[in-house]
Design a protein around this ligand. Structure first.
Ligand SMILES: Cc1cc2nc3c(=O)[nH]c(=O)nc-3n(C[C@H](O)[C@H](O)[C@H](O)COP(=O)(O)OP(=O)(O)OC[C@H]3O[C@@H](n4cnc5c(N)ncnc54)[C@H](O)[C@@H]3O)c2cc1C
Length: 455
C-alpha cells in the first residue's frame, strides 16, 4: 500500500439507497470512488414506500426519468384507518373533534425544490439495483459479492477497507470511508458507537400478496388506490402497512412490540393472521377474496437504534448505518438518500482541503441529527397519543405543518412549532389523570422525549 496515493478517494461499504446515492453524487462530481456490496444484486429488501423529499435527490442525480421508465406506482398520499370510527377526541382545537380515519394528499402543500405532487412505492430489488447501476454509469466502481469485514484506521494517511476474495484477505485504501452498510452498522459496531433504543422495540412480519383489492378499506375508492395505508389494530402499538408494488401486487406487513411477537416460525404466521383478523375487512380482502400469498413470511426485529456520532476522522455514517427510526412514516429510504445529499458536500469539502478530521463533516452531522431527532419525536408523540396525530391532521391550523413532516421536510428547524405544540399537549395529558384523553395514552412515557433529545 502506498499511503500517499490511496486506491480510491472514497470507499463506500454497502450498495443500498444510501451507498449508491452517495456513490452517484461523488462520481457525478468527478470523485474516484468505489462501492463494496456483499450481496449479488438484485436482492430483496424491506422498505418499499418513499416520501416526497426523496425527489430532490432523484432530481440532483438525473434519476427521475429512470423512476418513471420503471413504472413504479405513483404515491399521491397516505391514509390511516382504525378499528373503530367512533369520535374519540374532543379537546380545545377550535371545536374540531377527530375520528380515527385520516388521509392526506401530498399536493396539499407546495414543497420547495419538489415539482411533482407524488412520490413512489418501489420493489426494492429493482430500485436498489437501478440506483447502483446509475452510480456505476457516473463512473463509480461497484464490486458486488464482497463482504467487508472491518476498516483499519491506524494509518494516519488513509483508511483501509478489509474483505476476503475467496480465501485471500484483501484491502483497499481510501481517504474517506462511508459506512452505508444498513442495519449491520459495520463501522458503528466496530467503533462501539451504537446505542440500542429500548423504547421502540418493534418487530415486523411481512410478505407480498397478488390480487388483493387494496381499495377495500379506502374512504375514496377512486383516488386512494395507490395510497399507502396504515391500518391500526386493536392491539397496543400494532399496525399493518399496505403498500402497492405493482397494479396487482401489494406488500402487507404487521408491526408490533417485541413482547407481542410470537417466537416460533409457525406461531409467527399464526400471529400475522390473528392480527389481520382483528380488522375483518382486511382479512376478507386478503383471504376470502382469494388473493394469493407470493412469498414465505419474512420478519425483521429489534431495529431501532442511534449512534453516538455520525462521523469521525476519515469516516462518515449514512442511512441505516447511522440511525434507524421506527418505519411508521416510511422514512428510511428518504433519510438514506438525504444523508447523501447533505454528506457528499462535506466530503467534497474535505477532499478539497485535505482535512479529513471529524470537524469537516460537522454540517452533515448536525443537519442529520436535527432531522432524525424531529422524526423520532414525531413518532414518539404518535405512539404515545395516537388520537392527537389524527386531530392535528384534521385541524386546518396544523394540517400543513404536519404534512411538511410527512413529506420528509424535517431538516430545517431545530424543532418545528407543530411538534412543540404536540409534545406540550402530550405532557398536559400525562399530568392530568382526569383529562379526557388520559385513557388514550400508549405505553411510551414522557422520558422517551428526554432520551430522544439526547441522541
Ligand atoms: C419493518 C420495516 C419497514 C420499513 N418500511 C419502510 C418504508 O415503508 N419506507 C422506507 O423508506 N423505509 C422503510 N424501512 C427502512 C428501510 O428499509 C431502510 O431505511 C433503507 O433500506 C436504508 O437504506 P440503506 O442504504 O441505509 O441500507 P440498506 O438498504 O439496508 O443497504 C445496506 C446495504 O449494505 C450491504 N452490506 C451490509 N453489510 C455489508 C458488508 N459488511 N459489506 C458489504 N456490504 C454490506 C447490504 O447487503 C445492503 O445491500 C423499513 C424498515 C423496516 C425494518
Amino acid at each position: 500500500m502506498n499511503s500517499s496515493a490511496p486506491d480510491f478517494e472514497v470507499g463506500i461499504i454497502g450498495g443500498g439507497p444510501a451507498g449508491s446515492s452517495m456513490a452517484a453524487y461523488l462520481a457525478k462530481a468527478g470523485v474516484n470512488c468505489v462501492v463494496f456490496e456483499r450481496e449479488l444484486m438484485p436482492r430483496p429488501h424491506v422498505g418499499e414506500s418513499l416520501v416526497p423529499s426523496s425527489t430532490r435527490v432523484f432530481k440532483d442525480l438525473d434519476f427521475l426519468p429512470k423512476m418513471e421508465e420503471a413504472k413504479f406506482p405513483h404515491k399521491f398520499g397516505a391514509a390511516w384507518t382504525a378499528a373503530s370510527n367512533a369520535k374519540v377526541y374532543n379537546m380545545d382545537f377550535g371545536g374540531v373533534s377527530a375520528d380515527c380515519h385520516v388521509d392526506i394528499r401530498f399536493e396539499e402543500r407546495n414543497q420547495p425544490g419538489v415539482s411533482q405532487n407524488y412520490t413512489y412505492h418501489v420493489d426494492r430489488s429493482k430500485f436498489d439495483l437501478m440506483l447502483l447501476q446509475h452510480a456505476n454509469q457516473f463512473g463509480a466502481k461497484v464490486y458486488e459479492g464482497v463482504n467487508v469485514s472491518g476498516v483499519d484506521f491506524t494509518d494516519p494517511n488513509c483508511a483501509s477497507i478489509k474483505y476476503k476474495m475467496g480465501k485471500k484477505e484483501m484491502s483497499t485504501s481510501c481517504r474517506i470511508v462511508v459506512d452505508a452498510s444498513g442495519r449491520k452498522t459495520l463501522v458503528g459496531n466496530q467503533l462501539k458507537w451504537r446505542i440500542q433504543d429500548d423504547h421502540f422495540d418493534q418487530y415486523a412480519i411481512h410478505t407480498w400478496f397478488n390480487g388483493y383489492d387494496r381499495r377495500c378499506m379506502a374512504s375514496n375508492k377512486q383516488t386512494q388506490g395507490d395510497f399507502i395505508f396504515i391500518h391500526f389494530l386493536p392491539i397496543t402499538n400494532t399496525w399493518v402497512w399496505q403498500i402497492p408494488i405493482t397494479d396487482q401486487i401489494t406488500s402487507i406487513g404487521v408491526v408490533t412490540q417485541k413482547k407481542n411477537f410470537a417466537k416460533g416460525k409457525e406461531s409467527r404466521e399464526k400471529f400475522f393472521w390473528e392480527c389481520i383478523k382483528s380488522r375483518p375487512e382486511l382479512y376478507e380482502g386478503l383471504k376470502a377474496q382469494g388473493s394469493e400469498q407470493m412469498h414465505p413470511f419474512k420478519d425483521e426485529g429489534d431495529y431501532s437504534y442511534a449512534m453516538k456520532q455520525l462521523a469521525g476522522d476519515r469516516v462518515v455514517l449514512v442511512g441505516d448505518a447511522g440511525r434507524f427510526v421506527d418505519p411508521i412514516f416510511s422514512t428510511g429510504v428518504s433519510i438514506a438518500l438525504n444523508c447523501s445529499r447533505f454528506a457528499h458536500k462535506d466530503i467534497l469539502g474535505a477532499l478539497e482541503t485535505g482535512n479529513f478530521s471529524r470537524e469537516s463533516f460537522q454540517t452533515y452531522e448536525s443537519t442529520l441529527k436535527r432531522g432524525t431527532k424531529n422524526w423520532y419525536n414525531f413518532i414518539t408523540v404518535y405512539y404515545r397519543l395516537n388520537v392527537l396525530f389524527t386531530a392535528f391532521v384534521q385541524d386546518p391550523r396544523y394540517r400543513l405543518d404536519v404534512l411538511k413532516l410527512l413529506q420528509g421536510d424535517v431538516y430545517d428547524d431545530a424543532e418545528p412549532p407543530v411538534l412543540t405544540r404536540m409534545r406540550n399537549i402530550v405532557q398536559q395529558v400525562e399530568r392530568d389523570p382526569n383529562h379526557a384523553l388520559h385513557g388514550f395514552l400508549g405505553d411510551l412515557t414522557a422520558d422517551a422525549f428526554v432520551e430522544a433529545a439526547s441522541v
